[in-house]
Design a binder for this molecule. Sequence first.
Ligand code: FE2
Length: 454
Amino acid sequence: MNLEGPRLVVGHVTPNSARVWGRGDAENRVMFVKATGPDGKSREESVQLSAEDGYTGVAQLDSLQPSTQYDLEVAYAASTEAPARSLSRRGAVKTFPTEAQPCTFLLNSCNFHGWGPFRSNREADLRRAEVARGVDLVIHAGDQVYADKAPFSFTLEDFRKAYVRTWGQPGTQQVLAGQANYMLADDHEVVNGYAQDGQLTGMQRAALWLRGHGGPREEQYQRLAQNGLRAFDEFQSAHGPKSYGENARYYHFSHGVHQFFAMDTRFERHNGKREMVSEGQLQALFQWMSEHRDQPKFIITSSPFVLEKKDAEEKWSSPEFSGQRERILDFMAQNKMEKVVFLCGDIHASAHASMQITGKDGHELVVHELCASPINGTLMRSRSQFLGESQGTTPGGTSYKIELNEDSFLGGTTLDTSNSAVMKIHLDGSRLNYQIYRTRTGDQQPARQGGFTI
Ligand SMILES: [Fe+2]
């Protein structure tokens, strides 16, 4: 295992800029990021790092050329004047186009590097990097670390170590350094089933008490959550877009004409209020859809929005959150919102599903959903745990009919991890093709593939 951890992550990219994340240490408090274009010309930025942020930081590279490949090199030193640099890493970024261009991206989630037979699977880790090679961007749809699995994280240092452990894997480092990366949270970034009003199990509380982290139930949960969120911000939010200010963890970005909205379905979640997202986030999503009504739109949410699981705990279709799901469906029906595709992870199975939505006025539209999970997993879900077909009507009068594309489903029984997979998605105008690649087998060919017109 590489205990050194990540030193280079390419984050948000536009036609003219790139955010490059790095992590030094107590002896290396300055990060240098060098970008070299195809003409051989280089430029360098330096960033001061501090102990408070775990020596992590982001360099903003501006004035880049669109659709251009840059080689990146990061290195660290004691000060800007120090001659010796160390911890150097190489990576690359291709800036985004200014106009309509085909786009290929990788969708993946659930990067488990745990214990026993599921322990850090080098093969899956490297296989993901192989599938990702050459894509324009990678979407990490949640559970980029399992901070709550052996050992169970509580302090800020515990959480940072979870990132160092998981992102130190050689394949993961290649994926993070090779092109734009976009990340959104799910529960394992903090603790299983996280919500603002969640709580720890008795076992978890006892384990923390034994480690000297006892305390009143609520206070203990809030301390853990604060540390988990802070580590999430240091390692994940820091290099993402800040579309809605520093405090919002949802954001939008685009690649040519293709528009993406990454939801934060985790940190604003409140079970008691029956909210998976805040009202502010819902309004931001509606406004973004309206602004891009004629373009292909991708909404990234960790849990599936379309596909329904039979025991729908914690999902968009669960009783506590279906009210917000119905509001989104009503909005799409009333505004005749075409060209919407949901992208998700979370379910430990991969699939394509679609939903036919019929408004009160009889207008029909179809939205699609693509799910890819897990990169390297355990607890696989089988076909029998999902509804193949279902339907319903919202209180607002919108009716919907869901259909799982049976040929696309790739899952398995609980302990059979062979169908761990990632999805490669290719967009060319309004045509979308997808390929689902297994990561834990030697397969070179996709295990499932298909496509549709958006
Ligand atoms: Fe997961």
